[in-house]
Write a protein that binds this ligand. Sequence first.
Ligand SMILES: *[C@@H]1O[C@H](CO)[C@@H](O)[C@H](O)[C@H]1NC(C)=O
Ligand SMILES: *[C@@H]1O[C@H](CO)[C@@H](O)[C@H](O)[C@H]1NC(C)=O
Length: 519
Amino acid sequence: MNNYLFLLSIFLGLSDDVISKSKIRSFPSDFWFGASTAAYQVEGGWNEDGKGSSIWDTACHSDLNPVRDDSNGDVAADSYHKYKRDAEIAQELGLNFYRFSISWPRILPNGFPDKINTLGVEYYTKVINELLARNVTPVVTLYHWDLPSNLQKLGGWANPSIVTWYTDYAKVVFDKFSDKVKHFITMNDPKGICFGGYGSENTAPFLNMSGIGEYLCSRNVLLAHANAYHLYDGHYRKLHNGTVGIALNFVWYEPASDTMDDNSAAVDARQFEWGQYAHPIFSKAGDYPTEFKKNIAYKSAEQGFARSRLNHLTAKDVTLIRGSADFLGVNTYTTKLAYRDASLEGMYTVPSYMDDMGAVLVKDPAWTQSQTNWLQEVPWGFSKLLIAIKNLYDNPPVYIMENGWSTEGGLLDEDRINYFRTYLNALLDALDAGCDVKGYSVWSLIDSFEWRQGYLDKYGLYEVDFSSPDKTRTPRKSAFIYKEIARSKTLDPDFEPEKFIVEVTQDSQEKLKIENDVL
Ligand SMILES: *[C@@H]1O[C@H](CO)[C@@H](O)[C@H](O)[C@H]1NC(C)=O
Ligand SMILES: *[C@@H]1O[C@H](CO)[C@@H](O)[C@H](O)[C@H]1NC(C)=O
């Protein structure tokens, strides 16, 4: 406490307690707290009970496994068998909701609805019942990157027929689960699907069809999403009164300087990263952002293509896609600086998404760095992002569907706690600025298979011991902190869990365990 506050507190007769309590900030009483996972990252059971193969099964089982630690999701956290423990964890944490995804090939092994895998449907029914029995609301993602391998043989998200394949799959999901599940997310992170899988070699199917594949995919993902939304809206909504949204990946791009050039570089970066998907759905005008379309058309002509590499959305597409969401799911982790560089020559592959964008994206070395190269703690970028969403898209209802911090592991995760606190504080700033943010979900409930990073990046509130046959889940210190935030719906920067004791237990694995009355 500084001298001024000390004198003031004597003068007002305030105790230290009251002074520090004044830093406590509150969330609205109906604000929702949750945690997220995805099927391939936690389930395992990759070929059990009739499940078909997904593009991640195919990639990880190939001779050229693209994963850094050469691992795969064959068993992962074994949630296929440990789902009761996961639901119990969600209850222990006092979560309002748990976001998980349905594996398309677990329900439809070949991708098509002619053969529905009853045991796959039973699995998700059990997961949903377990959550509801524990008073945790299930929020279900229909597609979190694990496309049936069969459909990839036919071109996957580059084939326009996938719009009907996906809609048929969505119908099966709605038919089977919408009596109990009230909140659906059609797609997780279209940029990850399209740029990651088709325009680069970041995610399955690793096509690397730079400057072409990501744009073919983009239109099909948007149309598939919109068709699923209208299917729900036209039939299931009157029966079950639920909501359907989409989760997009957001990075806040801040101009590196206040020049016009750097400002426009930042705007372009935002439009390519998320405007590409958010603008068609959430803006009043609909369609792709104008500058985004212009940049790609201009570069395509310059490069000798007969037409823009971006398939335009027809007037019918624009109408179908515009307004096709009850909420916007925001996945966001970090911020980057954007600038223009006249000597961009040779920096990016031609043609490519990055070359079309024409911006250079860097981190500020002063920012707190996680052990993951791309992830820095920049909370002011989070509030700027939320305010930009409010201004660009007429203040839509927003749920933060992913936000988190990676470590190499360990139960004492002060860095993660700090990240959650600074980001939730920034979220409260955005609420004060009038943003309609209704909920917040941590990535992740438990440690999981982190795609190309394998098991090297840990994001869980609960640690998973991947070497134990039981895949034992143990709460980290952040779990205790998050539990208190969710319980009290307040952010108290000084809160320390009373009964947080780290000790080596006597159990056979002699692993660290946190003992606590409640958790
Ligand atoms: C992906 O494409 C880029 C540009 O065409 C190329 O430099 C890179 O080597 C490719 N990667 C693979 C794994 O083929
Ligand atoms: C539908 O759900 C909303 C909350 O999402 C609620 O406000 C509304 O009253 C419900 N309508 C019906 C007809 O049940």
